[in-house]
Each structure stands twice: as C-alpha cells, then as structure tokens.
Ligand binder design. Structure first.
Ligand SMILES: [Zn+2]
Length: 92
C-alpha cells in the first residue's frame, strides 16, 4: 500500500521543468491556436473585448483574471480570449 501511494505521488508530482500535464499542454495549444483567430479590441492594457470570427464577444480583464466565457476564472488557466488579449497588449 505504501509503495503504491509513493508511486502515485511520484506520478502526480509537478516538476518545474514540466509544469503542465500532457492534457494541459494540449488545452494550452488549442487556446494559443484559437487566440490567433480572435479580434481584440482592448480598452486599456488590462481590459478589452475579444471577438470571435463567429461574432461572439467576451470581456476579458487580465488583472482580475476573468473572461466572459468563464473559462479563465473557472479553469485557472488563460482561455483563448485571455491569450488574444495578452497578444494585443504585447503588440500595443
Ligand atoms: Zn474566454
């Protein structure tokens, strides 16, 4: 039982050199790819409206880590809209 527990702990240990699980890496890659399709309209360096090509728009606040799609705050990881806002801020 103790060996099994240690093996489980080792499997879920987070290394500073591998901060994301394979599933997390896949989600981040999808968000990065989608972010390039969005049209950002930043109101400031921390807040803006991000429009998708289908017409839907979401308000993003980078400082509060929130997005109208709720993924940013619920998943504690930047959604494609937040990444689009970050891209726009960097280009600004
Ligand atoms: Zn979002």
């Amino acid at each position: 039982m103790a060996t099994r527990f240690r093996r489980h702990q080792a499997a879920i240990a987070i290394s500073p050199f591998q901060p994301l699980t394979p599933h997390g890496q896949k989600l981040l890659q999808q968000a990065l790819s989608s972010a390039r399709q969005h049209i950002p309209q930043m109101h400031s360096l921390i807040e803006g409206r991000i429009r998708e090509t289908n017409g839907k728009a979401y308000l993003v606040h980078l400082e509060h880590r929130t997005c109208g799609c709720r993924s940013f705050q619920d998943e504690d990881s930047p959604c494609s809209h937040a990444i689009a806002a970050i891209y726009a801020t960097i280009k600004h």
